[in-house]
Design a protein around this ligand. Structure first.
Ligand code: SF4
Length: 584
């Protein structure tokens, strides 16, 4: 198949905070570079921001962006020195100064407020925000700066030449379910670039290809993830002061699980709330969506949400591994930024400022490489040096062992976290190791699902599983007011895909799902997917068979991460498909 070739100086894949910051900083530096040439202060060729291509799989910039979120404005202030969140000209409607923050430990029916908020959870000077709105706003600035922006195009494949990255192939459009061209077929483009910057967010599909192909994670700890499930609610105005930030630990997660919840109050009677569950749990029947629904029934939240209305829903993976899980950040012709690399401070529950700063440092590296006309790994490794001498390293170094300390559960984690606070992040040893989260899943006993849904390999209930029960948890029925099933939530994510297209969830061997996984793990995909994409249905021979509903997919990447056999590969569906997040 012929793919039209387009040449650019730089291709940036993904318009999240990291990709947008890369593009905007590069445009600023190019303007400065050209001005220096005009004034005679510098010799060399002029550059053009139009030669920077930023493309995004969502139908618009921001439509796939989701976060809690409380933002530390440090990165934004460096990216936009004139940025003043207090001034009337700035978008105050989605930046709410944090007025008070508190931390609770929850049991099922009660809560205990920590008398003192730990310093790392102090949010004075930070803002409650919507990442989706921030992304749209930054996207306008990037376009105004002259960068070539393409929404609705997914990066499908890395392009290599003589071992170095030379760009990215975008998705083919107009393929049917079997992969055959339809009447509207358009082959993807080969976007060839001197440097390719991967900013796809957590567990990026191209980043996964590149890291695997170039073995960029050799010597790093395995990256570990969590999944965040979020709803945006409208409640009677005046019930909670905008700028109130609540974080919780404990129920409904067990003491063996990593994670916690949040409630952030926004103006106009809106609240963001959600639950982050570590994707390193052991119970194969754990369902993070169901856990979040239970979370809302806690008296602390029930009284806030009562008579309110759920407006929006979304889910997204979060890289939690920290400094030691960062892969090699630069290779011949390519850089990794933001969540694609793993720049996130899991102790502070923040990554947007780090994503922005990593994008800025990548942009500064790329400009120097363009001036030198050298895009080798050695030249681009200047990015690593910039990261190491920036506040990104300073911040992440202090928490380098944080997440690993929780491998033995919350109590041990609290002990390690305390010790690390007094030893500058060291704790008991220089470097804590960890296992990949999916390796911790426990196998079922006697080859049977312990909740009685599947007995002796026969399917007893072919209904979609919206939070099936495990022996430790009674079954859960959403009430449709405070709690919802997965399909209702997916509806509130405004997810849409072209139905007649190849499935974007590639399962290497469905025999493993239908036979081995049914017996060994009870098909945990039914539980860990927060969008009801995976179900087991009765096959012709009476045996359970995996069945997928890919149109429900909210692109959270949990299945690619948590599948115990690592046989699920998430690839981008036709560009423009997926959630259409608003205010999330
Ligand atoms: Fe997330 Fe995978 Fe389910 Fe899509 S199919 S919503 S990526 S778990």
């Amino acid at each position: 198949m012929e793919h039209e070739q387009l040449e650019a100086d730089v291709v940036i894949v993904g318009a999240g905070p990291a990709g947008l910051a890369t593009a905007l900083r590069l445009a600023q530096l190019i303007e400065q570079h050209n001005a220096e040439i005009d004034s005679g202060a510098r010799k060399g060729e002029k550059l053009s921001a139009e030669e920077v291509y930023l493309f995004e799989k969502g139908r618009e910039i921001g439509s796939h962006l989701l976060s809690g979120a409380v933002i530390d404005p440090r990165g934004l202030r460096e990216l936009l020195p004139d940025f003043d969140p207090q001034s009337s000209s700035e978008p105050k409607s989605w930046l709410t100064p944090v007025l008070q923050d508190s931390v609770y430990f929850l049991t099922e029916r009660s809560q205990w407020k920590l008398p003192v908020t730990p310093p790392f959870l102090h949010n004075h000077g930070n803002f409650v925000t919507s990442l989706n709105r921030l992304g749209r706003w930054l996207g306008e600035k990037v376009e105004a700066a002259g960068v070539s922006v393409f929404a609705g195009f997914a990066g499908k494949q890395m392009l290599y030449e003589e071992g170095r990255v030379v760009g990215v192939r975008t998705d083919d459009k107009g393929l049917d379910r079997e992969g055959k061209p339809k009447s509207n077929f358009e082959p993807g483009y080969d976007l060839r670039a001197k440097v390719t910057v991967l900013a796809e967010g957590p567990r990026g599909s191209l980043a996964k290809q590149l890291i695997g192909q170039r073995k960029l994670d050799q010597g790093s700890n395995p990256q570990t993830y969590a999944v965040g499930i979020k709803e945006l609610w409208e409640i009677p105005e005046g019930r909670i002061e905008p700028g109130t930030v609540i974080h919780t630990a404990g129920w409904p997660l067990t003491s063996a699980q990593y994670g916690g919840g949040w409630l952030y109050a926004l103006p106009e009677g809106r609240v963001s709330l959600g639950l982050v569950s570590g994707l390193d749990y052991t119970d194969p029947m754990f369902d993070s969506h169901e856990a979040f629904q239970r979370y809302k029934t806690h008296p602390l939240f029930r009284r806030i949400l009562e008579d309110g209305k759920m407006l929006k829903y979304g889910a997204k993976a979060i890289p939690e591994g920290g400094w030691f899980a960062l892969p090699q950040l630069a290779t011949d012709g390519a850089l990794l930024v933001g969540d694609s690399a793993g720049f996130l401070n899991s102790q502070r529950l923040k990554g947007i400022h780090l994503a922005i700063k990593s994008g800025m440092l990548a942009a500064e590296t790329v400009l120097e490489a363009l001036r030198r006309n050298d895009f080798s790994e050695n030249s681009l490794s200047d990015y690593v040096r910039r990261v190491e001498s920036s506040w990104v390293k300073e911040e992440l170094w202090k928490t380098r062992n944080y997440h690993q300390g929780f491998e033995g559960g919350m109590l041990r984690g609290a002990f390690h976290a305390g010790l690390q606070m007094f030893t500058g992040g060291r704790g008991l040893r220089d470097r804590y190791s960890n296992r990949a989260g999916h390796e911790r899943l426990r196998k079922l006993q006697n080859g049977k699902l312990q909740n009685g849904e599947l007995q002796n390999g026969k399917l007893q209930n072919d209904k979609p599983h919206n939070g099936a029960a495990s022996p430790e948890r009674p079954s859960f029925s959403p009430d449709g007011k405070l709690t919802f099933d997965k399909l209702t939530d997916v509806y509130h994510s405004s997810t849409k895909h072209e139905e007649d297209q190849p499935c974007h969830l590639l399962i290497a061997d469905t025999n493993i799902c239908n036979n081995r996984c049914t017996v060994e793990y009870g098909n945990p995909c039914r539980f860990f997917c927060p969008a009801d994409v995976y179900e087991m249905v009765e096959g012709k021979d009476g045996h359970p068979q995996i069945h997928l509903n890919p149109s429900n997919c909210v692109h959270c990447k949990t299945c690619d991460i948590m599948d115990p056999y690592q046989i699920i590969t998430w690839v981008p569906p036709e560009g423009g498909g997926g959630p259409n997040y608003e205010n999330l």
